[in-house]
Design a protein around this ligand. Structure first.
Ligand SMILES: [Zn+2]
Length: 230
């Protein structure tokens, strides 16, 4: 696991927006890896956000670009239409997940097995359905985790990221992780939406500076979500 290293860093971005292209460029520049959770039902759509402090583009990556834009990283399920899964029937949940998985697997040319819950919304019923009726192997929420511990097998469908990158404690958390001296596997799992960078909830400059700080350490494993978790 992790080429024998004890610490791992991974990123996760939701919604498949065009700003992902710039995020991938930054991750590639610093040898970092991430997972991008896409809604196959909204690929190619245009539009802008009106719920952020600043109006920014909310346009989505085109279906035919998915393979190239995310090459070298992982594509994962964010459901076809981004519903609150807990509000759906069992069959609707399975369809939202498995139809997205099938569509994305076809676009990427490999089997997609990860998932980020739309709006972080899940409960025991959703988890059980994912485990028993889909090909998904892990599911991520949105609440900041308390520490850097790796999710146990039984928590793989209900684990939380370490930190949301618009959190004011983001850099502090990164510094804390870099200062760890550990014999147990520890991960720094960073998530967000790339359009939040255009909205300056975190600036592109700060994001890149933190990527640079995390990069190039021989004692750290840099992987996609599935490489870090499974
Ligand atoms: Zn989302």
């Amino acid at each position: 696991m992790w080429s024998g290293k004890k610490r791992a860093v991974t990123f996760s971005f939701d919604d498949g927006v065009r700003q992902d292209v710039r995020v991938v460029e930054i991750l590639n520049k610093y040898g970092l890896k991430g997972t991008f959770n896409l809604n196959s039902g909204t690929l190619g759509m245009g539009g802008e956000t009106n719920w952020l402090p600043k109006v920014v583009s909310y346009a989505r990556v085109q279906a035919e670009e998915v393979r190239d834009v995310y090459a070298g990283h992982e594509v994962a399920v964010h459901t076809v239409n981004h519903p609150h899964l807990t509000k759906l029937t069992d069959d609707e949940i399975v369809r939202e997940v498995e139809d997205d998985r099938a569509a994305l697997s076809k676009l990427c040319g490999y089997e997609v097995i990860g998932l980020a819950y739309p709006c972080g919304d899940y409960d025991d019923r959703v988890v059980e359905l994912l485990r028993t009726r889909t090909g998904v192997r892990y599911g991520r929420g949105v609440i900041g985790a308390k520490d850097f511990s790796l999710p146990k097998e039984q928590d793989l469908f209900s684990f939380d990221p370490t930190i949301y990158f618009i959190d004011e404690k983001f850099e502090e958390k990164v510094d804390e992780f870099l200062a760890l001296d550990t014999d147990e596997p520890q991960m720094l799992y960073i998530w967000g939406h790339a359009y939040e960078l255009d909205a300056e909830l975190i600036t592109w400059e700060k994001f890149e500076a933190i990527c640079k700080k995390l990069a190039g350490r021989s004692e750290i494993f840099y992987g996609t979500n599935k490489e870090v978790l499974l």
